[in-house]
Design a binder for this molecule. Structure first.
Ligand code: HEM
Length: 230
């Protein structure tokens, strides 16, 4: 009974929701780091390197589907709670009651941060739908690796990034991901009570570096692939 009420409190209180978005956010950041490291193999001139990597993942079969469903749920929970935090802040501001949304930095700074998060978050969600349809369920050709059937995901990525419009789309979205991560990491640490004044500079710096590294890593991929084919 008590644990049930704790779960209910976690889902309904503003701090509980922030912690849940933080925890799901951290798990998603781990996925994004792993995804970037795997994708760096696209830069190798031998297409088989990336395609064998894709084949190894697909060979996990049922286990891969389970991980994919778990990933989809993480994204969904993160997005739904994130949107509800924003909606609650908006309602509080319209209603004009004090105490919600007003922290150090004042209302202006708080609402700017949350406005940026909702915009970059919604763009990311739209990006993910396009991206997964394009690559996970995209028109990759069949090919053979060591006598076994595989998908030519490398070829699909190369042909996509031969198109300047896709390159520009990805570069734009990757910059927004950087912003989303920077605000997200900062906000999560604040909700977890880790924003002690003497750590705050270091935490701001770490959030900036992680956001920047991931955004630059991801945006360089389409740019380099485009330039190599131009
Ligand atoms: C230049 C940037 C990127 C490239 C080249 C790329 C490439 C790919 C490829 C080839 C796949 C299909 C994998 C497969 O079928 O096994 C894929 C799937 C996926 N990507 Fe990306 N990706 C990029 C950026 C991103 C970013 C920034 C995110 C998240 C914020 C992301 C999230 C995903 C997800 C969730 C999947 C589905 C995973 C699965 O079903 O196993 N990707 N990506």
């Amino acid at each position: 009974m008590e644990s049930q009420s704790r779960v209910t409190t976690a889902l309904t209180s503003q701090v509980g929701r922030k912690i849940l978005t933080g925890v799901t956010g951290v798990l998603l950041v781990f996925f994004v780091i792993g995804h970037l490291l795997g994708n760096l193999q696209l830069l190798d001139p031998d297409p088989n390197l990336f395609n064998s990597y894709g084949k190894k993942l697909h060979d996990f079969g049922l286990l891969l589907y389970i991980v994919e469903v778990a990933l989809a749920l993480l994204i969904l929970i993160h997005a739904v709670i994130g949107i509800s935090i924003f909606a609650k802040k908006l309602k509080a501001r319209k209603g004009g009651y004090k105490g919600v949304g007003v922290k150090e930095g004042g209302m202006g700074k708080q609402s700017l941060a949350s406005r940026t998060m909702i915009i970059t978050g919604v763009v990311l969600l739209i990006f993910l739908v396009v991206h997964i349809l394009q690559f996970r369920f995209g028109p990759a050709a069949d090919m053979m690796i060591d006598g076994e059937k595989a998908l030519d995901l490398h070829g699909l990525v190369m042909s996509t990034f031969a198109n300047i419009w896709w390159v520009l789309f990805y570069v734009g979205v990757m910059l927004l991901i950087g912003f989303h991560l920077r605000h997200g990491i900062w906000s999560m640490l604040q909700s977890l009570g880790m924003m002690k004044p003497r750590w705050s500079k270091g935490i701001h710096g770490a959030a900036l570096v992680i956001g920047l590294l991931l955004a630059v890593g991801f945006l360089l991929l389409p740019v380099i692939i485009y330039l190599r084919q131009a």
